[in-house]
Design a protein around this ligand. Sequence first.
Ligand SMILES: Cc1cc2nc3c(=O)[nH]c(=O)nc-3n(C[C@H](O)[C@H](O)[C@H](O)COP(=O)(O)OP(=O)(O)OC[C@H]3O[C@@H](n4cnc5c(N)ncnc54)[C@H](O)[C@@H]3O)c2cc1C
Length: 409
Amino acid sequence: MRKKGLRNGLYERGSFVAEVLILGGGFGGLAAAQELRSRLPDDQITLVANTDHFYMGFAKLWDLAGIRPLSGGTVPLDNLERKGVRFRHAEITAIDPRNRRVETSIGDLSADTMLVALGAESSRPHLDLLAAEDAYNLYSGEDLPGIRAALDRIQRGSVLISILGVPFKCPPAPYEAALIVDELLRRRDVRDAVRVAVSTPAPMTLPVAGRDASQYVAGHLQERGIELLSEHKVTGVDAARRAVQFANGLEVEFGVLLGVPATAPPAVVRTAELIGPSGWIEPDRYSLRTAFDGVYAVGDCTAIPAGNGQIPKAGVFAAAEGRVAARNIAADLGSGEPDQFDGRGFCFLELPGQKVAYVEGNWYAEPKPEVSLSEADEEQFRRKQEYERAHLEQWLGGDTQLGLRLRSP
Ligand SMILES: Cc1cc2nc3c(=O)[nH]c(=O)nc-3n(C[C@H](O)[C@H](O)[C@H](O)COP(=O)(O)OP(=O)(O)OC[C@H]3O[C@@H](n4cnc5c(N)ncnc54)[C@H](O)[C@@H]3O)c2cc1C
């Protein structure tokens, strides 16, 4: 068992020393902070992030669909202080896992135990592909106003949603977005004049969830006349001709291009000693411990082998891993029992009309993940809303001024 540190929250020679340092204030970091706080009430927990707020990824699609503005699901990370977690808004510029020390824009921070939950960023070459006019990063909150305006403007031509590479975050999101685009165009009565297509390099819509879930999604696309271009690997975007080029020699012109970039580890993770042969952090898949003493890693910045691939890059997995890592950190420090991540997770697959199909499974099952899917209904949509409400309340709590009242379908 690691010994409980005695340097609780002191500044030593200009550097801040905490007992537990959490790097990142997303799903993984926030879930871990909350779990740690319940297990180590007297200890010093510090969370560092280069953003001062949090919202769930799917809130972007609710904004796009006109269900609720993104601001309605956004909560300041300062609220952590009310939960007994010290928050530092800072850019982490270097990680030294041997000494559990980081360099940041506000000075060095070190700790007895460190959890890396720094997420993933968009691949730079894919962002460059989206430099063309009327091409957007579907996954960027900043691009949302431009995307909404472009979809309000288009009268004819095509909207292409293009998965630019793998892995990418939240595998169902591009298809959910295609269904939203279809719905918005129908509301404007221009759908007949606008082609809607989704391209993916994969042979099916959701390889991580298997054939049944993939066919379910493909069926909904087909029902709405959305073309599915599977096995279409993007090789380039011709900005002048506004066309996406594919490895199979085909080309698709677009009026609006919504690109989904592949993810890459943040630069500060890429350059740290933590990286494994996959290019990501590779913690033990059960304990989430890295090879470095007292250093854990969870969420999108990791590659965790599962059934026939990897644990999907999704918030529910990052949060589940964060809770397990927190229990193991607390156990290392002498509080409570350790835990193991079991590879189980779920996904709210959202369809138009505020309906959700619930996908759940065991991604550690061999030889491939065991995944089940429930038919979409309003009850599951309410479950999704409640997931957001309950977690934002648990993690950041208090007077969050959430605009949780959603527009009716
Ligand atoms: C459109 C969309 C829809 C989605 N829908 C869903 C869904 O329905 N269900 C689901 O489970 N997932 C969904 N996701 C995916 C989900 O958002 C991510 O998988 C999840 O956020 C990963 O959690 P994380 O804790 O690993 O990283 P993040 O939540 O990305 O958190 C990373 C943290 O690290 C901080 N950080 C990064 N670099 C630095 C640095 N250098 N210095 C300081 N701080 C830094 C960031 O500020 C952030 O606080 C969706 C994503 C998108 C884009």
